[in-house]
Design a protein. Structure first.
Length: 132
């Protein structure tokens, strides 16, 4: 794996981004889901890494931790923001529904972050919503 970007230093706010953290969203994904533009799926492609905690930990520290801290090269950003555009028939209606399947790395990262902070986010959002 590539070294962290220049100027990067580990931050204790995100010390929970480890291989075991990364394994949870991998295991929770359903089998046979749509693959991204590179052919990666969130479960089948990542499944072999679950047996190697050191590889998952290295990937979490080298890729996802810098992402959490805002360090992302323009080249990597262009890969992560892309997606695979497909058309799904609308059934009995004419035309197709455009669907974009986002990058598996980004989806995995977002799912892990959301799982970690779901309770706090729900409390914040639901507490801010005006009662009618």
């Amino acid at each position: 794996l590539p070294p962290p970007p220049l100027g990067f230093s580990s931050n204790t706010r995100f010390d929970w981004i480890t291989g075991s953290w990364l394994a949870k969203p991998i295991r929770s994904n359903a089998m046979r889901v749509a693959h991204d533009q590179f052919g990666w799926t969130m479960r089948e492609t990542w499944q072999p890494f679950l047996q190697h905690e050191d590889i998952l930990d290295g990937f979490a520290k080298s890729v996802f931790l810098p992402m959490a801290l805002g360090f992302q090269s323009p080249a990597f950003s262009s890969i992560c923001i892309g997606g695979r555009l497909i058309g799904i028939p609308k059934g009995h209606k004419p035309g197709v529904r455009p669907i974009c399947i986002g990058n598996a790395w980004r989806r995995l990262f977002a799912k892990g972050l959301l799982a970690r902070h779901r309770v706090a986010l729900e409390a914040y959002i639901l507490g801010q919503h005006p009662t009618v």
